[in-house]
Design a protein around this ligand. Structure first.
Ligand code: NAP
Length: 411
């Protein structure tokens, strides 16, 4: 029986998960592919660490030795940082290998170039693990986009932020206490900036934009805000209104415009993200034929991420041209804010003396924490007039929530 030879770059959480899954699911892979899948090599950085790797596998710190193997079909990349990863993957593609990556930061920056290079070299790229870990969101979008037109994608894409927000609400803890808990559980790095300031979710959003719409918004024009401004007081006030804070990435296409943001928002019980708790991720896609669908599941972890990589392994072996990895239709001018539409906001730090006639006061949860209805433009202006104002949009049909409560009387 012929064999598919795989090299794994990086042997941390994801690399080990992929190695173990290839061993544990060899029969299933052979049944689907008609070939045996073998790990031929593993690239490591620190050769002092103990590793549980079969003696038949080449374990090396030198990527050149991997490319010198007599047969190499697929390179799975599970390293951190943009470099030397990008360089390794370019070499692998030019060598004629299919590549699979879990590295969202590298892929958000260099995905377009890698796709073009892969296309020139007639190989495929899998990147399912770069967004929402084990949730098959890329594959679902690829399938949907064959006929459906997707116009909105929203997601809870960072499990660490979602865990912290859940802990703050359920245990009535501060941000610092909840972050510490995330670190103790191994969900957050010693330096949590990428997660809590929204960079990790931002990279994933740009990858989703490219697959959904064939292009990305201008990175500098995308609103990116993390969860560090959210206090226990705000969370308690939101709860009084039946609302929960979620860190949500949002992409909306209207005509030729893509609006993108990555920021904390509020959702009511009717919203599919309301019950997404802890380290779970969720992605909600709206398209013209099927309507709205939500995928929810583990956004990280050894085996959920390995599952995404192994699904990609089957995908690339079935020889899909790289360019079809990005199937969305490119649009034109990229806009960011719909400033004139009236939305609901939870605001803190606003006093009624600053009120403009265009503001509708809906309710008050605590001293200087209100729900108001106004435009984005108005609330931005208020923030300039009144230093220290914080404001978060409420997603979904907030009117529905109001109808179910005595708050209707206040409208
Ligand atoms: N963990 C998750 O749940 C998850 C989910 C989705 C995506 N990802 C992405 O997957 C990638 C890997 O994540 P991880 O959690 O597995 O990280 P990790 O546990 O920190 O492991 C990273 C591995 O990369 C290796 N490495 C670093 N630089 C290298 C180099 N120059 N050459 C060879 N090996 C090198 C390290 O090798 P040594 O062991 O020799 O030090 C380490 O084993 C990241 O890009 C991450 O964003 C992770």
């Amino acid at each position: 029986m012929s064999v598919i030879k795989v090299a794994i770059l990086g042997f941390g959480t994801v690399g080990q998960g992929v190695y173990k899954t290839i061993q544990s699911h060899g029969e299933e892979l052979t049944a689907v592919l008609g070939k045996k899948v073998e790990v031929a090599a593993v690239l490591i950085k620190n050769n002092q660490k103990e590793r549980e790797i079969s003696e038949e596998v080449l374990v090396t710190t030198n990527f050149g030795e991997i490319l010198d193997l007599p047969q190499l079909d697929i390179v799975v990349e599970a390293i951190v940082d943009k470099e030397p990863t990008f360089t390794f993957l370019k070499k692998a593609i030019k060598h004629g290998c299919h590549i699979i990556t879990a590295n969202k930061e590298m892929f958000a920056h260099h995905g377009k170039e890698l796709i073009e290079l892969a296309d020139e070299n007639h190989v495929s790229i899998g990147f399912e693990a770069t967004v929402a870990g084990g949730i098959p969101v890329i594959q679902t979008l690829r399938e949907l986009l064959k006929i459906n037109r997707v116009d909105q994608v929203q997601g809870i894409l960072n499990g660490t932020s979602n865990f912290i927000l859940t802990e703050m609400r359920v245990k009535k803890q501060s941000f610092a206490q909840s972050l510490l808990q995330a670190q103790l559980n191994g969900y957050a790095e010693a330096d949590p900036t990428n997660d809590v300031e929204g960079y990790d979710a931002f990279y994933k959003t740009m990858i989703l934009s490219r697959i959904s719409f064939g292009e990305e918004p201008n990175w500098h024009a995308v609103e990116r805000e993390g969860i560090t401004s959210i206090t226990s007081e705000l969370i308690a006030a939101a709860e009084k209104f039946g609302l929960r804070f979620k860190h949500v990435a949002s992409l909306t296409k209207a005509g030729n415009q893509i609006k993108a943001s990555v920021k904390p928002v509020l959702v009511g019980q009717e919203h599919p993200f309301y019950h997404v708790e802890g380290v779970e991720n969720a992605v909600n896609v709206h398209s013209d034929i099927v309507g709205r669908i939500t995928l929810q599941g583990p956004g990280a972890g050894m085996f959920p991420t390995a599952s995404a990589v192994i699904e990609d392994l089957v995908y690339v072996c079935q020889s899909h041209p790289a360019k079809r990895s990005y199937t969305g239709t490119p649009g034109g001018n990229i806009g960011q804010k719909n400033e004139d539409k009236k939305e609901y906001w939870l605001v803190q730090g606003l006093t009624k003396k600053y009120a403009a006639p265009s503001i509708t006061w809906i309710d008050q949860a605590a001293n200087e924490i209100f729900i108001i209805q106004t435009t984005r433009k108005e609330v931005d202006q208020l923030a300039i007039q009144q230093g220290g104002l914080v404001y978060y949009p409420i997603l979904g049909e907030y009117e529905t929530l109001l109808k179910d409560t005595a708050l209707t009387a206040l409208l």
